[in-house]
Design a protein around this ligand. Structure first.
Ligand SMILES: Nc1nc2c(c(=O)[nH]1)N[C@H]1C(S)=C(S)[C@@H](COP(=O)(O)O)O[C@H]1N2
Ligand SMILES: [Mo]
Length: 515
């Protein structure tokens, strides 16, 4: 073998030793996290940290490109980064010891830094990365010693022994890391007993229910159902892993500019009496024609009744709601106290307790405001304050502190991707103008006249309505445009706006192919 190819082989083996040590780091820290500090998994802490610090355009890119899989994509990217860094660490340890161990130490330090930025830090939170770094360093040192002995120092028979020693250690450490790492994570998810608690939970019956009028749901294939099933409801949040809160230990603190600080248990909240509310939720990141909007039947308690217990002071103008994972939203106080607005703390969604990913056990839902300024999931605190004094999670990240929903309309069927047959076919979709209601929806084919659509019977002014027009589709490609008019008589603006800083606008115009 030439010296050059010898060198290349040494480096690849050193890289392999590094990758195995990296796996040992992750697996050991997952195991220790499972045992002593569940929220201190280095990979998840670093992932959450990345979510909080990446610039806004990246986040938008991730949501647009990966959609619901944005978090899986992030973890895959992080995994790749770990593999590359570990391989480099292995090569450095081989060429210039102890530089590889230094890299492991840096990884441990970065993990600790990421963990302490999380909300749920405990005195034991530093243990998983520290133990992980120690275990990884030991394995890295042992492996590079063997490798050096086999490839550089030994002659003759001893070479075979060192070679076997190297590969045995690679195999044993690598396989154990994979098994321990995956098992620890799986056990951590499975033994989060909160899902079991949720399944066993029966919420009290609603004192008042929402009557769904006949004609509220159109019978047209392809149109969004009036109520969005929970498992199809869009999910948007900054939580890399879904927070798990046991309702038995849940507390809501109402503090800040109030006459009396109040603390409520889950039972206190239920004892206030639950009512049904149909409210359509919308995300500020919803593009024109997008699907980050959904309608649900919520079961909950008006926020105004809860704030009243604490008696907000006269000069307050905002409520900063906080979730267990540190996320915050700024909601105008008057949107929560107005008697005519059904801002609620929800515990139920479409007939069951809130799903974990939609905020179990308690979230806020406010008609007419984008989710990021109102719909805090995993809610634990309501701080009465002012816009001058406090800001929420998205405010320094390029989004408005106040964000009423821009009313909009969407075509559900036909879609741009699927050609349709010529002949009579319905064009149908949904339109929403939370708190005001939709007056009218109009559809235009190509450069034709705007045609009035037929609306479903509205549930209330806080929910979307379905609409349709009967179209005699002629072969070719056609532009289908839609726009709505709200009950104030305002026409949906044609002017295009991006989602930042306060929501997209414009008319949806989609190209439909007719055969
Ligand atoms: N704790 C927490 N609550 C949150 C968020 C979040 O990131 N963390 N995102 C908000 C945003 S931007 C929206 S649009 C809604 C989405 O609620 P959903 O996931 O139940 O549809 O939740 C809001 N509540
Ligand atoms: Mo959102």
């Amino acid at each position: 073998m030439t010296r050059r190819s010898d060198h290349a082989k040494n480096l690849s083996l050193a890289a392999l030793a590094g990758v195995v040590s990296g796996a040992v780091f992750l697996a050991t820290s997952e195991l220790i996290a499972l045992l002593v500090a569940r929220d201190a998994s280095p990979i998840l802490a670093v992932g959450s940290f990345v979510i909080d610090v990446v610039p806004q355009p990246f986040k938008e890119f991730a949501i647009e490109t990966f959609g619901e899989y944005d978090k899986i994509a992030l973890l895959a990217g992080l995994g790749l980064a770990v593999v590359i860094a570990s391989a480099i660490g292995g090569m450095l340890q081989f060429l210039r010891p102890p530089l590889g161990v230094v890299i492991v130490g840096i990884a441990g330090a970065l993990s600790i830094a990421a963990i302490v930025t999380r909300a749920a830090v405990t005195p034991l939170s530093f243990l998983p990365p520290v133990v992980g770094a120690v275990a990884a360093s030991v394995v890295l040192v042992l492996l590079t010693r063997r490798l050096r002995a086999w490839r550089v120092d030994d002659d003759g028979e001893q070479k075979g022994v060192d070679r076997r020693g190297f590969f045995t250690l690679v195999g044993v450490a690598g396989a154990s890391a994979v098994i321990v790492g995956i098992t620890a994570r799986a056990v951590s998810i499975a033994t989060s007993s909160v899902e079991a608690v949720r399944r066993a939970l029966t919420l009290p019956a609603a004192r008042s229910t929402v009557t769904v009028p006949t004609g509220a749901e159109l019978d047209i294939p392809g149109v969004s159902s009036l109520f969005t099933p929970n498992d199809e409801f869009y999910r948007v949040d900054t939580a890399l892993t879904v927070p798990t809160i046991d309702p038995n230990s849940w507390r809501l603190v109402i503090d800040g500019m109030v006459d009396e600080r109040v603390e409520l248990t889950f039972d206190d909240l239920l004892a206030m009496g639950l009512d049904e509310y149909a409210i359509t939720l919308t995300c500020v990141s919803n593009e024109v024609g997008g699907d980050l909007v959904g309608n649900a039947m919520w079961l909950g308690v008006p926020v105004r009744d809860i704030l009243r217990l604490a008696r907000p002071q006269a000069d307050a103008d905002m409520v900063l709601s906080r979730s267990t994972d540190g996320y915050t939203a700024s909601t105008p106080l008057e949107s929560l106290t107005d008697d005519g607005l059904d801002a609620i703390l929800a515990v139920g969604m479409n007939g069951e307790p809130l799903p974990l990913e939609h905020g179990f056990p308690v979230r806020m839902v406010v008609p007419g405001l984008y989710g990021y300024v109102s719909a805090t999931k995993w809610l634990t605190q309501l701080t009465v304050t002012t816009f001058a004094q406090d800001e929420a999670y998205w405010t320094p990240r390029g989004y408005s502190a106040r964000a009423p929903i821009k009313f909009s309309s969407r075509v559900d069927t036909p879609t741009s991707g699927t050609p349709i047959e010529a002949g009579r076919t319905p064009i149908a979709g949904v339109a929403w103008a939370q708190t005001l209601g939709i007056e009218r929806v109009e559809v235009r084919i190509d450069d034709g006249e705007w045609m009035p659509a037929t609306l479903s019977t509205p549930l209330n002014d806080d929910t979307w309505v379905q609409w349709f027009v009967d179209w005699d589709a002629t072969p070719g490609t056609h532009y289908v445009a839609v726009r709505a008019v709200n009950k104030d008589g305002e026409l949906q603006t044609e002017e295009r706006a991006p989602i930042a800083p306060d929501g997209s606008s414009g008319w949806q115009r989609s190209l439909v192919t007719v055969r």
